[in-house]
Ligand binder design. Structure first.
Ligand code: NAP
Length: 342
């Protein structure tokens, strides 16, 4: 059986997902597309030679009887309405982050999905499908390094444009660490504080860069996450777990080691799209395969989308206040207790 998919939003990542579902993955077919700009939707159909209908809006695409699943890749503020429409129609939903732009919006999605009675939604937190993070999780789960005590993480981009604002360091950048770090240690955040080191001269006048975000978990793990989006030298994702009996570190991206002109070196990536390209393939393949095998997706849940939104809100509050702010998540509903990702 082929999973018939409709794509809402045919911009950059929408087209990337259309390309991978059409050319790289198995078991899924793009049968419908829509975009606020109908010409963009039409051009995506032409670009990928799709046998797909262009719908005028998300509601009509969701209602199409041959659409089994929707992939939401429109801009963030439009996600919530499309996800809720998908759930109301009983369609499977793969939603790029953010699930909704507010914690309340994510909560209403959680409630709608629980009321529906079956898991329908997967959120596009693709780092959980990166092989390096998977290995790190295995090392933590089997207590190879003992109980995790501390985490040091860094998210560095070579540069950002002038539209990038201080809060986007949380909502666009740290959001991936927010998701993957609590998943790695299977714990919830309880507090956050943000401090600003000396500012780089490469940041625009309105942007605070770098930033250090210090999170604590219910179990007492202390996390120090750095966001530095004008680091100049490359796109660099670091993660180190310090445990009672050892340390486990995210592997470096493999590359040829050069010896030249009295130097030993490896090329670094400059473009974030390349870093997790394999993980994007694997998350969508898992979405398709899990639905076909079990009737439910098993990737990051609506509850994970809610955790990310609540934590991001507290981080943004801490950016402004400079003091420790509480992260109040609440208990995971039983509905989401037994979801096994990998
Ligand atoms: P983008 O290039 O601006 O694409 C968004 C597309 O959706 C545009 O064509 C936009 O049209 C269209 N759109 C906006 N509102 C819509 C609506 N109500 N219905 C249908 N189409 C609508 O942005 P992008 O970079 O692809 O990002 C899309 C989403 O993916 C964002 O939420 C972003 O955060 C997320 N994302 C996630 C990752 C990741 O690492 N997981 C990476 C990149 C992006 P107009 O251009 O005419 O407004």
């Amino acid at each position: 059986m082929t999973l018939n998919i409709g794509v809402i939003g045919t911009g950059a990542i929408g087209r990337e997902h259309i390309r991978r579902i059409t050319n790289n993955l198995s078991g899924g077919k793009i049968v419908a597309v829509t975009d606020v700009n109908p010409e963009a939707a039409k051009s995506a159909v032409e670009q990928f030679k799709l046998d797909a209908v262009v719908y005028p809006d998300d509601k009509s695409l969701v209602a199409a009887p041959n659409v089994d699943a929707i992939v939401i890749t429109s801009w963030g503020p439009a996600h919530e309405a499309s996800v809720l429409a998908g759930i109301a129609a009983g369609k499977y939903v793969f939603c790029e982050k953010p699930l909704a732009t507010t914690a309340e919006g994510c909560k209403s999605i959680v409630e709608a999905e629980i009321k529906h009675g079956k898991r329908l939604v997967q959120v596009g937190f693709m780092r959980r499908y990166d092989r390096g993070y998977e290995q790190l999780k295995q090392a933590i789960d089997n207590r190879f390094i003992g109980e995790p005590l501390m985490i040091r993480a860094a998210h560095r981009n070579p540069e950002v444009d002038d539209n990038y604002t201080t809060d986007m360091a949380i909502t666009d950048t740290l959001i991936h660490e927010i998701d993957v770090l609590h998943w790695l240690v299977d714990d919830d955040y309880t507090s956050v504080q943000v401090i600003y080191p000396k500012k780089t001269r490469h940041a625009s006048s309105h942007l605070k860069d770098p930033q250090i975000i210090m999170l604590e978990t219910k179990g007492g793990i202390a996390i120090q996450a750095e966001v530095f989006v004008n680091c100049k030298y490359g796109y660099d994702i670091q993660c180190e777990i310090i445990g009672e009996e050892g340390v486990a570190k995210l592997p470096e991206v493999p590359g040829i080691v050069y010896r030249k002109e009295a130097q030993l070196g490896v090329d670094l990536l400059m473009d974030w799209k390349q870093r997790f390209i394999d993980a994007y393939d694997r998350e969508l393949q898992d979405f398709i395969d899990s639905i076909k095998a079990t009737g439910e997706p098993k990737g990051p849940t609506s509850w994970d989308g809610y955790i990310a939104a609540v934590t991001a809100d507290a981080c943004v509050k801490a950016q402004a206040s400079g003091v420790k702010e509480a992260v109040t998540i609440g208990d995971k509903p039983a509905f989401y207790q037994n979801v096994v990702h990998q």
